[in-house]
Design a binder for this molecule. Sequence first.
Ligand code: ACM
Ligand code: ZN
Length: 540
Amino acid sequence: MFRFGALWMAVLLAVACASRPAEYAAGSYLPPTSPDTLIPQPLQLDTREGVFVLDADTRVTWQRGNKDAQGAADLLASYIDRATTQTLVTAQVPMLGPPQGGIHLTFAGADKTLGAEGYQLDIAPGRIVLRASERRGLLMGVQTIRQLLPPPGTAPADMPIALPALSIRDTPRFAWRGMHLDVCRHFMPLEFVKQYIDLLALYKFNTFHWHLTEDQGWRLHVPAYPRLTEIGAWRYGPGGRHGGFYTEADAREVVAYADARGIVVVPEIEMPGHSVAALAAYPQYSCTGGPFEVATTWGVFDDVYCAGKDETFEFLEGVLDHVLAVFPSEYIHIGGDECPKTRWKECADCQARIAAEGLADEHELQSYFIRRMETYLNARGRRLIGWDEILEGGLAPNATVMSWRSTKGGIEAARHGQDAVMTPLSHLYFDYRQSAEPGELGATYTRRTIDLERVYSFEPIPEELTPAEARHILGAQANVWTEQLKTPADVEYMVLPRMLALAEVVWSPADVRDWTAFRRRVRAHYPLFDAMGHNYRRYD
Ligand code: ACM
Ligand code: ZN
């Protein structure tokens, strides 16, 4: 049904008069989504005369014999099915060139200068062609088409859909476009994790940082250490039992779901701090031997992994063996933040390690810990990333720094010639409140509020870096800690629409950023959130 009948009739007439093919002039539906409300803004967008008309006869085709193009085509067809009442025919093309009509996805003729995630999209009255030089580029282009479709369930039944003709050349500004999710403070069900990834895809993020272990819960089943989830996944607080975990099959499903959308899952296994849940299961890897209970309050805890005992490293390497088998990501996040040195100062094993390794103090012991894990990961072809405290006591030689307390850690890493991702709590902590209004959801331990405009104002490249140093800033990411967020709906409220602002910061050229225009464009996405059944914070 038309929700805004008269308005749409006017638009339909206008479009019909412009250039729509005569046979569709009377009856195509022009969705409220439009090229000027795309988020993030493409590098280059030229609107053209006319519309492409999508109807039940439209075929989505792909370059013959190419599985990657087929995967992107299948994804696009699923979005079209959801957005319309049309059942499209997806088909293989028996030739390399685009067919006469329909929507064609291909690697042929792609502009290689647009890079691995770049794409070209041409929508003409007769056909749509999406080109990219790599799979990830096609997947990014698919999301652009998805944003031009009507929000699911909003198009009138059995009406063809009109997509405005245009030409887009697009490529991201940054290689690391991340969203994090803490599933430990409050467990988030598998189905929601996939919905979250789907939102990342919609806004062209390419990295899902999955924070899997904490003082308050261990969320990944590890076959060699079953107590991690038997004991460590559950806490018994005033509100009763809380917890949950992901099986190996669940984790693999998440990795595959993300991969099909061009997103890498970077798992985080926290060490040496934030490890009380693991120590509740295996107290022998602490300094004191325990016993411990999975934490039921928030904060930073003194009991951490013992850096003196070799058994601790054997345990963590065993855990990482499983993590590496399940997660193919180049980066493995080992945490490294907020590790008190209280126990290490009093532990004979830790002090013996300091003496044997000739370390100056407990900060260098933390550095020893991280370097040892880095050696393990590097030997298996992976890279270590950790929070900015990994700079203390000396940065591991190949490590990438996730700069959270401010951008200083990222600046220091870049000046060392090492990579960094900016996630400062000043702009990108999406667990912080969006206003100071009473009842506003979010962290209350800080007076800081981070509203949409503040996120939009974030610049990942600090002014003080030289161009050579700036190349070490891989990108930016927002973090979503869940102490205060109990449900998927709470998480949605915190990320929608702030993640749209970050999407534009990390994808679009810096000089197209325009807050006033962005505010208007964001509102055009509310009907999509509504259609997808997501909770969100309105900025009116
Ligand atoms: C952090 O917020 N502790 C990384
Ligand atoms: Zn110790």
